[in-house]
Every structure is written in C-alpha cells, then in structure tokens.
Design a protein around this ligand. Structure first.
Ligand SMILES: [Zn+2]
Length: 343
C-alpha cells in the first residue's frame, strides 16, 4: 500500500485555540505528520508525493466563495490595523440566514465555526496539499491499487462545503469520495474518528449516492455538540443515507466492535463499489482529547473489520493527537487492515 503525503502540509502550524474560554496550545501540530509518516513506513507502506490537482478536486465539494476566502483571507486580515497574526473569528451569524458581508471580520465569522481553525499565511497551501493527498489516494485506488492511505494533515471531516471548524479546512474524506464517484455509482464514507464527522454529514446530507456513516462519542457532551445524533438520517433524496452511531464517552474495544459491525452491515446493504475510511486515531484511550477508550490492539480489530468488506479502500487520516502511542496506533490499524484485505 502507498502512503500519500507532501511536506508542504506541515507548513500550517496553528498556535492556540480556546478550551472552555481558556487559551491552550493547539494540538493539531505538524509533528503529528512526522509520527504518522514514520509509522506508515514502519508498516511497509511506500511513500509517494501527490501531484498538484489545482482546485479541480476540492471544487467538487466546496463552494467557490469559500475557496476564495481560504486562499486570500490571511492577506486581507493583515491589512486590518492591530489584527492578530492568525485569523480567528469573533462574531458569527447564529442562524446563518443573514447576508454575506464584505468585511473580512464578518466573512471569518461566516466561514469559520470556532477558534480551533486559525488561519495563518501558510494554512491555505497546507490544507490544499492535504486535500491533494486524499485526491491522489483515491486516484491510485481508481487505477487499481486495492487500498491507499492519504496522510491528510490538516484533517478535514469537520469542514463543510463552506465552513472550516475543529482543526479542519478542506474536507479530505469528502474530496476522496467525490473523486471515487467519478467512476463508481455508490461510495460509502465510514468515519471512526472520536468526533462526529459533521462537515462530511453536512456535505452529503441530501444525497443518496454517498452513504455517510459515523461512530463517535455522543455529542450531547462532546464536540461538535450540535450534530451527530442517531436521528439525523439525511434529507430529501438523502433520507436514510446518513447513519450516526453515537456511543457513550469512555466506550472501550469490546463494546465498540459490535457497534462497528452494525455500521458495516449498513454499508453492506448500500453495496458501494468503494469506501473511504475517515481514520481518526483520537478514539484511543490515551489520546489527549479523551473521548473513547480504544486500545492499540483495538485499532487492528477495527482495520480488520473494515478490510473484510473486501472493497477498494481509501484510508484518509483525520484526528489523533500527540501521545506516545500515536504512531503505534496507526501501525496497528494498517497491519490489521492489510492482513485482512483480500481483493
Ligand atoms: Zn477527532
């Protein structure tokens, strides 16, 4: 299997975010990529660099207005006297039914959900290369690789068609799914990050060609708080094609696996021709974000179950933060997946 990554993805280095109103160091740091790449190579993956896909792939799931905002907002922000180095929003359109403002401060509030996605002068290029990694992994699978791993960092699953949030700017898993859809009628995205994939859900909520499934810590007491409940099932033609499986905080391996099996039964009933695995390693028991209690061997069991679907698979990195076992957890997942993937 190949690991797709470009060093330019490390240029985004967010400094802070707010937790319960207090300023904390932002955990979505470039070192994550170093640890994950080393682990992928340890597991025998071959590193490839993606080509520059321009805006063609990201335009399939993001609005032109939002892409323009992401590309230019930092330079515009710097022209405000006394502005912060990073773009951080401080006012939001609560119901999002108001007008689109000309002001860059207003636009930041419109396009950025929270303080966890600060934008520096390097963010746009890093996020775009992260999306190129996902696009290229999907391309490799379309060209016949049974599976590919996109080391997408910054992550993507909290990003909507026109909103950044939760460390995410461009929805890499959504971009990969859209690429696979060019050749396949049905694609499923299975999100095992500890957080609900709210951006991915929002992006495909009215579509029946991309099934979105997410297992995550119950949002009643966990980010992203407002979405991820079991009764969010899709709308219009998409009704029944969004499947949320919120689980209690602290859920460990033995209680998690039957829930994953339920998710995979739904995927099998949908009969996709390819899948995207939104791989968050932050469900780990020792992850600093402390949502679920999956063990290191537990990630191998998750990988094995996903592989047994026997489908072409694009594995896209989502969350998973610095702790001693971050790399081991990726290796465990990849080893479990590779040993069981027979297509
Ligand atoms: Zn997460």
């Amino acid at each position: 299997m190949k690991v797709v990554f470009n060093e330019a993805q490390k240029r985004h280095y967010p400094k802070n975010f707010l937790v319960s109103g207090a300023q904390k160091p932002n955990p979505e740091v470039p070192e994550r990529a170093d640890r994950l790449l080393a682990a992928a190579l340890d597991s025998g993956l071959e590193q490839v660099t993606p080509p520059d896909y321009g805006l063609s792939a990201v335009s399939a799931v993001h609005t032109p207005e939002y892409l323009d905002f992401l590309e230019h907002v930092h330079a515009r922000w710097q022209r405000i006297e006394g502005a912060s180095e990073e773009v951080v929003p401080n006012v939001h359109p609560n119901y999002r039914d108001g007008r689109y403002p000309h002001s860059v401060v207003g636009q930041a509030g419109y396009h950025m959900a929270d303080t966890a996605c600060p934008i520096s002068g390097e963010t746009w290029q890093a996020a775009l290369w992260s999306a190129h990694a996902a696009t290229h992994a999907a391309w490799l699978v379309l060209e016949g690789d049974p599976a590919a791993y996109a080391l997408s960092r910054p992550p993507g699953h909290h990003a909507y068609a026109d909103i950044a949030g939760g460390f995410c700017f461009l929805n890499n898993s959504g971009v990969a799914a859209a690429k696979l859809r060019r050749r396949h009628a049905r694609v499923a995205i299975i999100d095992v990050d500890v957080h609900h994939g709210n951006g991915t859900q929002g992006m495909f909520y009215r579509r029946d060609d991309v099934l979105t499934v997410s297992i995550h810590a119950d949002p009643v007491r966990f980010y992203p708080f407002f979405w991820g409940h079991a009764d969010e099932r899709g709308e219009g033609p998409g009704l029944g094609y969004n499947f949320n499986l919120p689980v209690p905080r602290g859920t460990a391996d033995d209680d998690y696996m039957p829930i994953l099996d339920r998710a995979l039964q739904r995927v099998q009933a949908f009969a996709p021709q390819a899948i995207v695995v939104a791989l968050g390693l932050d469900a780990y028991e020792g992850d600093p974000l402390q949502g679920l209690s999956i063990s290191t061997p537990g990630f191998a069991r998750i990988g094995e179950r996903l592989a047994k679907l026997g489908l072409p698979s694009v594995i896209v990195q989502e969350g998973g933060y610095l702790c001693d076992e971050l790399g081991l957890n990726l290796s465990s997942f990849l080893d479990g997946f590779t040993n069981a993937h027979k297509i």
